[in-house]
Design a protein around this ligand. Structure first.
Ligand SMILES: Nc1ncnc2c1ncn2[C@@H]1O[C@H](COP(=O)(O)OP(=O)(O)OP(=O)(O)O)[C@@H](O)[C@H]1O
Ligand SMILES: [Mg+2]
Length: 354
């Protein structure tokens, strides 16, 4: 999930240069891939946003992401990546076309992973025939295994195609295949850049001692620099990892919301598609006053409902999901299952029911 803010980046000159070189090469027909790695909040999604926003004119952008609560759904992320290219499905040979339909749960049968990989490659190559393609895959550490395999298969075979692929993944567990691709580790901002970012946040004024302590604790992590001041007072340097402290801060902000807005956030956290149509339909089933609840939720800055519902950060999404009482979570999944169209998303409906 990309960050909702479109603030301009502080620092990151080298990373941006590397990404732009990759994209420009793809424009000349020399495809390539880069995997951004780094801890939560370090700025991987922000870099993806940036490269999407600044890609040379003429590029087609395709965005997909792994999803924390969807890792069990085979080919979910590959599906996201292929949807914008599905217009080219008819140009594929029948066996390839069928293998994709099976993989995406639109036809019966057991998918053959190798054939699915080849078919997806054909599909994207066909899509890139007219205009070069930039494929961005965020939160790759949450990819379902089938998609991870198919996407690394693709990534290794685009050298002669006008296709650039950029992945972002937390550097926790190694992800099979992804680790063998060219990588770039995103590290903390320099002290000067961290200070600059902190100074940009006008909402909170910090005295010098507090600021210095915050800078020391954040170790250049932009999310920590942005979120920890909002959490109010500072605990003494705690052993808990920065991610869990940021998650606590998101939880605290959520707790201040009116009940309907909180329920809407829980619903959004349980829906990996981010499709607002589905979300509103499910919300009405739960008797949520959609316009008031969505306005309050957006005003909190935790989520934006545009063409896609987007949490400001995956930690905000997991905070919403994990803070919900189990009954609330079940009710959310039930409402989403009922609102999901069984004709086009049978698997997904079954998954919400499970
Ligand atoms: N260089 C930067 N300058 C300004 N803001 C930044 C920068 N990098 C990241 N941010 C902001 O910091 C926050 C966290 O960044 P981001 O969401 O990109 O982290 P991430 O590495 O993708 O984390 P995760 O692994 O949890 O997805 C976002 O609000 C983002 O806009
Ligand atoms: Mg991210």
């Amino acid at each position: 999930m990309a960050s909702t803010s479109s603030r301009s980046l502080v620092g990151r000159r080298d990373e941006i240069d590397r990404l732009l070189a990759l994209v420009r090469a793809a424009g000349r027909g020399e495809g390539g891939v880069l995997v951004l790695r780094g801890e939560p909040g370090i700025g991987k999604s922000a870099l993806l946003d940036h490269v999407e926003r600044t890609a040379p004119e003429g590029f087609q952008l395709i965005h997909a992401s792994g999803s924390e609560f969807e890792g069990e759904l085979p080919f979910a992320a590959l599906h996201q990546l292929c949807v914008p290219a599905l217009a080219h499905l008819d140009s594929l040979s029948a066996p390839y076309r069928d293998s994709l339909l099976v993989a995406f749960g639109l036809a019966d049968g057991a998918p053959d992973p190798f054939r699915v990989g080849l078919a997806a490659l054909e599909l994207l190559t066909a899509a890139a025939g007219k205009r070069p393609l930039l494929c961005v895959v965020d939160d790759a550490h949450w990819l379902d295994t089938a998609s991870a395999r198919a996407l690394t298969f693709l990534a290794r075979r685009i050298a002669a195609e006008p296709i650039a692929m950029v992945f972002a993944a937390r550097d926790q567990d190694p992800i099979r295949g992804l680790d063998e691709l060219p990588g770039l580790t995103v590290t903390g901002l320099s002290d000067a850049h961290a200070r600059a970012l902190l100074a940009e946040e006008k909402t909170v004024t910090l005295d010098e001692r507090v600021r210095d302590r915050l800078l020391a604790e954040a170790r250049g992590n932009p999310l920590a620099l942005i979120e920890l001041p909002k959490a109010g007072g500072f605990a003494p340097p705690a052993p808990s990892p920065i991610a869990s402290r940021i998650e606590r801060s998101f939880r605290a902000r959520m707790a201040e919301l009116p009940p309907d807005a909180r329920r809407l956030l829980i619903l959004a956290s349980a829906d990996p598609t981010g499709d607002p149509g589905l979300l509103w339909a499910a919300a009405r089933r739960l008797d949520i006053d959609v316009s008031a609840a969505s306005a309050a939720a957006e005003a909190s800055g935790l989520i934006l409902f545009g063409t896609r519902a987007r949490f400001c950060h995956p930690l905000a999404r997991s905070a919403a999901y994990l803070a919900a009482e189990p009954e609330r979570r079940q009710a959310a999944h039930r409402a989403l299952a009922e609102a999901t169209d069984p004709g086009t998303a049978r698997d997904r409906q079954a998954w919400h029911r499970a």
